[in-house]
Design a binder for this molecule. Structure first.
Ligand code: ADP
Ligand code: 5GP
Length: 210
């Protein structure tokens, strides 16, 4: 049977652990295709161009927009972030499940363009844990941390637009939960109409005694 790829959007407040979760998921299950975004934000220590992000200048990013090479983009805390079109379309054509780890505005644009996309929101167990993970990461100044927490308040108003939530308490459990969630989507009737049709026809043939 022809297995169609699922487009999965994963969002969540800054510092909730989306990046960590997606890294573990793709390491454990090699068949997920994790899209690498373009951004104008500066690389954090340890980040490499082409691995975490494609790091771009504002001019380069605006060129990508102009050439329609992003399927969505948004401004987040003063920087552009966007999803390169080619990779997502190629991987989907090959039937792979593609994961976009993007923020709320981008997620809504994806839902508009791809109504069958699965939207998942990663939640912290509580607000205190979120703040201490964000600070504990040690990659942002206090000013940026405050801007990101303010953005989290805005994003929290959009959670109902998502299909499912995952509470990222124990990392291992969260990885398995995300995997099961994506995997279960393959069994939706609406994604298997060709197979349903085929079985219907076969049963008809049998019922006629052929
Ligand atoms: P995001 O990508 O959502 O901004 P990160 O993946 O960078 O968040 O995680 C923020 C911090 O929280 C990191 O220091 C990471 O190691 C830690 N972290 C992520 N998930 C968990 C978890 N389930 N339990 C404890 N710490 C976590
Ligand atoms: P960070 O700077 O912490 O890596 O990412 C900041 C925010 O930008 C996160 O919410 C992340 O999910 C989001 N983001 C990363 N890539 C993209 C993208 O391609 N498009 C959109 N809309 N958001 C993105």
């Amino acid at each position: 049977m022809n297995r169609k790829g699922i487009l999965v959007v994963v969002s969540g407040f800054s510092g909730v652990g989306k990046g960590t979760l997606m890294r573990s998921l793709t390491e454990r299950y090699g068949y997920y295709a994790l899209s690498i975004s373009a951004t104008t934000r500066a690389p954090r220590e340890g980040e490499e161009d082409g691995r975490e992000y494609f790091f771009k200048t504002k001019e380069e990013f605006e060129q990508l927009i102009e050439e329609d090479r992003l399927i969505e983009y948004a401004c987040y805390c003063g920087n552009y972030y966007g999803t390169p079109r080619d990779y997502v379309e190629d991987q989907m054509e090959q039937g792979r499940d593609v994961i976009l780890e993007i923020e709320l505005q981008g997620a809504l644009k994806i839902k508009e363009k791809y109504p069958e996309a699965l939207l998942v929101f990663v939640m912290p167990p509580d607000a205190q844990t979120l703040a201490s993970r964000l600070r504990g990461r040690g990659t942002e100044t206090e000013e940026v941390i405050r801007a990101r927490l303010a953005r989290a308040v805005e994003e929290s108003a959009g959670v109902e637009k998502y299909d499912y939530m995952i509470i990222n308490d124990d990392l291992e459990e969260s990885v398995e939960e995300v995997h099961r969630l994506i995997d279960s989507q393959h069994n939706k009737i609406s994604r298997n109409l060709d197979f349903v049709e085929q079985i219907r026809d076969e049963i008809k043939t049998f019922a006629k005694g052929e």
